[in-house]
Design a protein around this ligand. Structure first.
Ligand SMILES: Cc1cc2nc3c(=O)[nH]c(=O)nc-3n(C[C@H](O)[C@H](O)[C@H](O)COP(=O)(O)O)c2cc1C
Length: 201
């Protein structure tokens, strides 16, 4: 079966630093796979232009892979349910020391996959965070997303050194100049690819 890694950009802003770092990470997923003769597809889902409300705990997802809320999450359900998905990378800005409300709404709504036979079990999970400050809560935010991934019984993947991608948007050279942060995002992509290929072998 083909493998795919999905990246979710959970910034309120389209194509800014969160999106950029996720792009770098996903490019490394592909590059690493190709380098070792493998093939991993990638898809970036940008939440910024989408409308995804918080979970209202209506319980409809206890009756099947269903959600009662008629918003843009409906079109994400088949993408996330695709058995070819080997891993999910959540990229979120740090808002008030933790993940964005866009990330939290997206994650809460994934409960439907847990309630229908733990559909994310054994899928890889990685996290990228970007803060306006250099030490503005990136690591705490990564761990908050990791907690949700563990609740799905996913397998956590770091950047081969620490927890995942952690970047600084207001770097004096701009976010494109945050070479240390970009390296952590790329390293996460490399590790996601390496672990996915090992699991397939
Ligand atoms: C509501 C809000 C809260 C924020 N809180 C923090 C914070 O606690 N720590 C931090 O480092 N940056 C904080 N920031 C800055 C963002 O993390 C930063 O601008 C980030 O780059 C946004 O990602 P983007 O470029 O994809 O929009 C906050 C920004 C907003 C809008």
């Amino acid at each position: 079966m083909k493998m795919k890694i999905i990246g979710v950009s959970a910034s309120a802003r389209e194509k800014k630093s969160t999106y950029f770092l996720l792009e770098q990470c996903l490019a490394e997923v592909k590059r690493t796979a190709e380098e070792s003769g493998g093939d991993i597809g990638v898809e970036l889902i940008d939440l910024a232009p989408l409308s995804i409300k918080g979970c209202i705990s209506c319980g409809k997802c206890k009756k099947g892979v269903l959600c009662s809320q008629d918003d843009d999450y409906q079109k994400l359900i088949p993408k996330l349910a695709d058995p070819e998905v080997a891993g999910i990378i959540v990229a979120t800005p740090v808002y008030m020391g933790c993940m964005s409300s866009q990330a939290k709404a997206f994650i809460d709504r994934t409960v439907l996959f847990r309630r229908n036979g733990f559909m994310f079990k054994n899928k890889l999970g990685g996290v990228i965070t970007v803060g306006g400050s250099r030490n503005g809560g990136q690591e705490l935010t990564i761990q908050a997303v990791h907690a949700a991934m563990m609740i799905h019984d996913m397998i956590l993947v770091g950047d081969g050194d620490h927890f995942g991608g952690a970047a600084w948007a207001n770097h004096p050279d701009g976010y494109q100049g945050d070479t240390v942060g970009i390296a952590t995002a790329k390293n996460l992509g490399r590790r996601m690819s390496e672990v996915a290929l090992k699991m397939k072998a």
